[in-house]
Design a protein around this ligand. Sequence first.
Ligand code: CMC
Length: 428
Amino acid sequence: MADTAKLVIDQNTYEFPLVKGTENEIGIDIKTLRGVSGGVITLDPGFKNTGSCESAITFLNGEEGILRYRGYSIEELAEKADFLEVAFLLIFGELPTKEQLEKFDADIKEKAIVDEDVKKIIDAFPKNAHPMGVLSSLTSALIAFNPSSVNVDSEQEMYRAIVKILAKFPVLVAWTLRKKQGLPLNYGSKSLGYVENVLRMMFATPDEDYKINPIIKDALDKLLILHADHEQNCSTSTVRIVGSSHAGLFASLSAGISALWGPLHGGANQAVLEMLEAIRQDGGDTKKYMAKAKDKNDPFRLMGFGHRVYKNFDPRAKIIKVAADQVLNDLGIEDPILTIAKGLEQEALNDEYFVKRKLYPNVDFYSGIIYRAMGIPVEMFTVMFALGRLPGWIAQWREMRLNKEPIGRPRQIYIGKNYRPFVEINKR
Ligand code: CMC
């Protein structure tokens, strides 16, 4: 293949280098376009054809359903690694040795205590506040309690900020839930692993010893790994663009959490369960909802179906579907919602509208069913997604800072009014 691309505008031909990734993806490097062409830009709403960076973290092939973190397949990582190992891999680029993992774990545990005054902020939220709003605010509030984490230029300062947020974020997640439930805001234990501590902080009550169910622990480990990174999606791009102004890690993460909240992104897991519940209450007629999803005059979409990048299948959804079956089986739970989900999936897979548009179940279609079996309330589902995505956001932010990427600042094509003179108020 040639190593340049040509663009012809009127009589002028401009040549741009082609960039090739390690998996043979090709990009046209148009960095000089505006300068050489006298102001021409590209227009690509939603960035469907635009690469915002070169990245060595996650490889995703939507046509073939491949997802790899730092070269390791998501299938192998979900089966053989635990969440903290995967977090280390994503952030620092290699699987940790035993010593590296122990140090990472110990450094995180060292920073797990959150300033008691944060509890006053939590107290000020109404009980019915959405947990994603609370989590985003608390993550931002952490900056005030840890001002040294803002201006991080050296790798050591970055490491300290990263360890702090990995330590305190699960505490905020758990406290967000506990506040809603009116339960004491408690801590994990240095003797437990990262995911075990998440469960303990969320579910231990003061009146009995909390025993961790290994089935639930394994399922949560797997879910967090599957959500840990997904290259330049909406929330990750948000983290990178906010971080590109050197706003600091916690501020960038807080913005990422807000981006994740939307129902077209991370909020889909809550939307899926609410949709399945609504179908169940409406008599379980999946055909009726399939018809609504296909009706262009009806805004209803089949939540948990479709993906901007996966146009074959979402490899995460495959793993989660099996895990959902296992967890419900192992816990002895019969959930009518699972039957409705499977029915919808079957119908969609055989429906021309969905097949033609390559709409397959995505990661969120089955994750909510597992969260529900674990006893996690629906409103907390997107918060669990955020907990899983945390290492990915951190890795992407760190890569952006280490690569010294310029501030993110897209252009536009202005389509508004041309110059007109100001009209005094009494003449309008
Ligand atoms: N139900 C019915 N029709 C759909 C759906 C759906 N879930 N998703 C896409 N379509 C149709 C859409 O109407 C359009 O039809 P047409 O070509 O006739 O106009 C076509 O499929 C292409 O859709 P699009 O919106 O242009 O595709 P996109 O790549 O911009 O959007 C998406 C991707 C995920 C936002 C979209 O599929 C969607 O809204 N899905 C439901 C929400 C969801 O499950 N989101 C979670 C994504 S996975 C978790 C994450 O990583 O955030």
